[in-house]
Structures are given as structure tokens and as C-alpha cells.
Write a protein that binds this ligand. Structure first.
Ligand SMILES: *[C@@H]1O[C@H](CO)[C@@H](O)[C@H](O)[C@H]1NC(C)=O
Length: 566
């Protein structure tokens, strides 16, 4: 078939437009890069009216700056990859497909989607927002609330310790977009480790899981040092210069951190002033002229200070150094409490009387009344110590989302979730579909459906429980090695939150009037009350296995049932 020139015209126009846009973007991108700045810098030297030697010097500075920037960019890219490696994510994604669809045709489809989603990323680079255009989570149907140990990525790793940061909550699932501006991190350091002074662009609530040490904080011209011990909560504000030692001779120091970035939602960085090559001191990134003038010192001497350190951000100190650094200063008062008010530097959660305590477990809680900073950050810290074979009575939080980390023991959690069922029933995205869904539900044709999101948990596993979602934590009792399940938890949006139990002696529904019970359950109120009253404990109760073993609650009931069977 002959092609008429006329029919080609739209194509030509299209291509012209495409090239125009592509070039425009390419130029815009170029303008950002170090190359472009290098050219501009050289041009400024040319135009500055300097001559000979001087102009040469000027250009050399440009060159030096360019090399530095290039190196930094490479380092940054490497850093980003380490944290958000697309290859790693591809593997995780494929793994999920396997777990969900094991060998069925769906697994292939799922794997293919993973590849489409992650494989192009290497070439595109991770410079811009790698999560842009991320699809809704629905197609993976992975457990959106549970994070295994592999979900943490190393931010700092040296011979003597490390900091691992959990991937972003909104990277995991859209259902977690409400807490996208929080990050969870775990710090661990060997005995006698020293963490170099640094500041971050995030407020932080920390909990000492084990070990002991001394934390020092520089804030303007003030300096404070605090002893920290297992069970201590402390907060550090964005921008404060912090350094830390593990002062114990044999125990590791482990700290869990909840970070709330103040610059870019969900992202935070650390800035090391004290340092050299590794950790790179930010001083090195200033131009030489500025640095010399600022320190009133020639650059050779500056180089001797800022060029040496190369052992990393967590290093080992000698015994004398540890002893000297352990000395407390400043009387243990926090210089930056709420307006005008000073507050304590630390608060020990474990020494506070538990809110719930029985043979099945203990719940310790600290809130704004215990520690000033928790008010400011609107966070509550809780520690649940659940006896082997027991469980929490099912409950939900009225406003708080719970970000939890298992620190010891094994067990299982169940979270009741209305979103997942809905998502999996409707595969489509976009507004129209969403509206349809809601209409459908509004008409009450399908009714509400809940999914039980359950998972095995072990030390190092993190999980999130959204507000309003009923949940339960069960300490495993299997095997001889019975061990308590210990969970540290940050409850965000703590103000006016109420923990509401849906079973146990304090079950919220026990307060319904008889008529409401009859109407709601379509049964006699007596029958309903018998069931609601059967559980006599509150807060923590026997877990499923223990309950079975103990002869299923009330002994008499059991005998009657057996008798009826004959
Ligand atoms: C947890 O409870 C057990 C007793 O059931 C106790 O021995 C242990 O010290 C508790 N752990 C913490 C960290 O409080």
C-alpha cells in the first residue's frame, strides 16, 4: 500500500513535538548537574576580569569543586542503592508472589508484574522519586502491616555497630500512608563503642532495649550528658548534636528509635561535623576559601583535621576514654523541654507501675504526663511483656496507630482489617471504581467484610496496627523453650487516644443496655451476658493453647458437654 505524504504529517508533527520535549527536559536536567555548575563556574572566572595566575587559580577551584561534587554524588547514589536497592526489592516482590500463589498461574503473572515494576529502575537511576507512580498495593496482597528483618536497611555499618532503618511505611502499602512521615530505626553497638557527634533533620523518641551508656547532647552553648539504661525513654530534637557511648564492658547497647523527619516527609539524614573522610565531615563540602576564612586557618592545617577520620561513624574507644565520657554533666535536666519548662532527660518505662499486670502479662506505658517530650511529639511508648502461652485481650486504639517491634520471644499477631478484602474484591484502580465501591457498600448489598491479617512474629519483626483495627498479640507456648513475647511500641497521635478492649472483664460492649444487646445480637440478653461475663481477666488472658489445655475455661461446663455427648 502506498503511503500518502499527507497521512505522514501527523506522525511528523508528533515526532517533532517529542524531540522538542525530550531536548527541553534534557537541558533542564543538565542545568541541575555538577557538570553544568562546573561550566558556569569556569565562565565566571573568565568574566571576572582576573588575569593569568589568578584566573588559573579560579579555574582550578572550579575543577576541585566539580570533582568533589561528582564524588559526593557517586557516594550518595551508592548510599541510596544500599538503602533502596531495586534489585533487592525485585527479589522481595518475587518472593511474595511465591508465598501467595505457590506455583499457580497467578504466580507467573505476579512475577511478571514485579519485573515490569522494578527492572527498569536501574537504568533510570534512583535519583528522582523511585516510588513515583507506584501502583496500589492491592495486586500483591502481601501482609501490609508486618515487616520482617529484611525490611530494615543499613544506614551505618561498622565493625563496632550499626544503624538499620525500616523502609518507608508508604513504600510498603498505601494503607500506611497516614504514617508516612514516621520512620523506625534500630541502633546497636558493641561494648565501648563511641558514636561520632552528629545531628539529624528528624525529631526522635528512643527506647533503650538493653545495655547502658551515656548520651551527650550539644544544643547551642549548652551541653548535657545522661546515663541511659534498659527501659529508658529519651527524646532528641532535630538539629541537636548527639554523641553516645556504650559504657558496659560486655553487653551490647540496643536502642529503638521512632523518627519524625522535619524536612522531607518520610526522609531524614544525619550530618556529621566532627569526622573526616568517613564519616565525611560536612565541613569538607564548604569551599576552601570560605572554610579558611571561617576558621581563620590556612587550608593545609584544616586538611589535617578534616581529612583524617576514616574508621566510620561508630568506633571503639579506650577504657580511659569511656570512663571520662561517662561522667554526667549538667545535672540530668533536659535543656529543651516545652516552652519555659524543663523536663527530665530520661524516663524509665519499666520502673513505672504497669497499667495491666496479671500472670498473663504486664503492660507498661509512658505518656505526656511522664515525659515532657512525648507531649511535644504526641507519642506514647508502651512495653508489653506477655507470658508464654498467654495473649493480650483483643483491643483497638481509638486514634493511635501503633508502630511495634518485637524485641524478644516468638508468637503470632492478628489484625482485623476491613481494607484488604475490599481491595482484593475490586481489582481496578482509579476514582470511578472507588466510588462504585463505596456506593455498593452504602447500599448494603455486600456488607462489611473483614480480613484477619495474621503473622508469626519473632525478634526484629516490626508491625503496624492502625487506629480502630482490633488486634491481638499471642505469645507462643510451643516447645520447651517457653519465653515471654516482649513488644516495644510507639503509639502515635497519642493525645485523647483510648485503648478499648473488645473482650475481657473490661469489654466495651458489656456496657450496652440489655435491650441493645438483644436487638444487636438477636438473642436473649442473658445469653449475651453469659458470654461476655465468662472471661474474668482483663488486659492479658490465657492464649488459645493454654485455654485448650486448661480444659477450656470453666471445668463444669466441660463436664456437662462431655455428659451431653454420651
Ligand atoms: C518480662 O517478664 C518476666 C516475667 O514474666 C521477667 O522475668 C522479665 O524480666 C520481664 N522483662 C522485662 C524486660 O521487664
Amino acid at each position: 500500500m502506498a503511503i500518502k505524504p499527507k497521512s505522514l504529517l501527523p506522525f511528523l508533527l508528533f515526532f517533532a513535538l517529542f524531540f522538542f520535549l525530550a531536548t527541553t527536559f534534557a537541558i533542564a536536567y543538565q542545568r541541575e548537574g555538577p557538570e553544568q555548575r562546573f561550566q558556569q563556574c569556569r565562565q565566571r572566572c573568565e568574566e571576572s576580569g582576573q588575569r593569568g595566575e589568578q584566573r588559573q587559580q579560579c579555574k582550578l577551584q572550579c575543577e576541585k569543586r566539580y570533582q568533589q561534587e561528582k564524588q559526593q554524588r557517586q557516594e550518595r547514589e551508592r548510599g541510596t542503592e544500599d538503602r533502596e536497592d531495586p534489585q533487592e526489592r525485585l527479589q522481595e516482590c518475587k518472593q511474595r508472589c511465591y508465598q501467595q500463589h505457590q506455583g499457580s498461574q497467578k504466580q507467573q503473572q505476579c512475577t511478571r508484574r514485579c519485573e515490569e515494576r522494578y527492572s527498569g529502575e536501574r537504568e533510570r537511576g534512583t535519583g528522582s522519586n523511585p516510588y513515583q507512580g507506584e501502583e496500589e498495593e492491592e495486586w500483591t496482597q502481601e501482609n501490609p502491616y508486618v515487616f520482617d528483618r529484611q525490611s530494615f536497611r543499613h544506614r551505618v555499618r561498622t565493625e563496632h555497630g550499626h544503624i538499620r532503618v525500616l523502609k518507608r511505611f508508604d513504600e510498603k502499602s498505601n494503607l500506611l500512608s497516614g504514617i508516612a512521615n514516621y520512620r523506625l530505626a534500630i541502633f546497636e553497638a558493641d561494648p565501648h563503642a563511641f558514636v561520632l557527634p552528629n545531628h539529624g533533620d528528624a525529631d526522635c523518641v528512643c527506647y533503650v532495649v538493653k545495655g547502658r551508656g551515656t548520651l551527650s547532647v550539644l544544643w547551642g552553648e549548652q551541653k548535657q550528658s545522661f546515663e541511659i539504661n534498659q527501659g529508658d525513654i529519651f527524646a532528641t530534637p532535630a538539629g541537636a548534636v548527639i554523641y553516645l557511648i556504650n559504657s558496659d564492658n560486655s553487653e551490647r547497647l540496643v536502642i529503638v528509635k521512632l523518627l519524625q523527619p522535619v524536612n522531607i516527609p518520610g526522609r531524614f539524614e544525619n550530618f556529621f561535623g566532627a569526622g573526616g573522610q568517613n564519616p565525611q565531615s560536612f565541613y569538607r563540602a564548604f569551599s576552601d576559601q570560605v572554610l579558611q576564612a571561617a576558621f581563620n586557618t590556612p587550608s593545609e592545617r584544616l586538611e589535617r583535621i578534616f581529612g583524617k577520620q576514616s574508621k566510620g561513624a561508630i568506633i571503639r574507644a579506650s577504657e580511659e576514654q569511656i570512663r571520662a565520657l561517662s561522667r554526667q554533666e549538667g545535672g540530668g535536666r533536659w535543656p529543651f523541654g516545652g516552652r519555659g519548662s524543663e523536663s527530665r532527660g530520661t524516663f524509665n518505662l519499666l520502673r513505672k507501675r504497669p497499667t495491666f499486670a496479671n500472670r498473663h502479662g504486664n503492660l507498661h506505658e509512658a505518656d505526656a504526663n511522664d515525659y515532657q517530650w512525648l507531649r511535644q511529639l504526641d507519642v506514647k511508648v508502651t512495653f508489653a511483656n506477655i507470658s508464654s502461652g498467654s495473649m493480650t485481650a483483643p483491643f483497638y486504639n481509638s486514634r493511635s496507630t501503633k508502630i511495634a517491634l518485637v524485641v524478644e520471644g516468638n508468637g503470632e499477631i492478628e489484625i482485623i482489617c476491613p481494607h484488604i478484602t475490599r481491595q482484593s474484591r475490586h481489582k481496578g484502580h482509579g476514582h470511578r471504581r472507588e466510588e462504585e465501591q463505596e456506593e455498593e457498600q452504602g447500599e448494603g448489598q455486600t456488607g462489611q467484610q473483614y480480613q484477619n491479617v495474621r503473622a508469626q512474629v519473632s525478634p526484629g519483626v516490626a508491625f503496624v496496627v492502625p487506629a480502630g483495627h482490633p488486634t491481638v498479640e499471642i505469645a507462643s507456648s510451643s516447645g520447651g523453650r517457653s519465653q515471654n513475647l516482649q513488644v516495644i511500641c510507639f503509639e502515635i497521635r497519642a493525645e485523647n487516644n483510648e485503648r478499648i478492649f473488645v473482650a475481657g472483664k473490661n469489654n466495651v460492649l458489656k456496657n450496652l443496655p440489655r435491650e441493645a444487646k438483644e436487638l444487636s445480637f438477636d438473642s436473649s440478653a442473658r445469653e449475651v451476658e453469659e458470654v461476655f461475663d465468662a472471661q474474668e481477666e482483663e488486659g492479658f488472658v490465657a492464649g488459645p493453647e493454654e485455654w485448650q489445655r486448661r480444659g477450656r475455661g470453666v471445668e463444669g461446663y466441660n463436664i456437662l458437654e462431655v455428659a451431653a455427648g454420651f
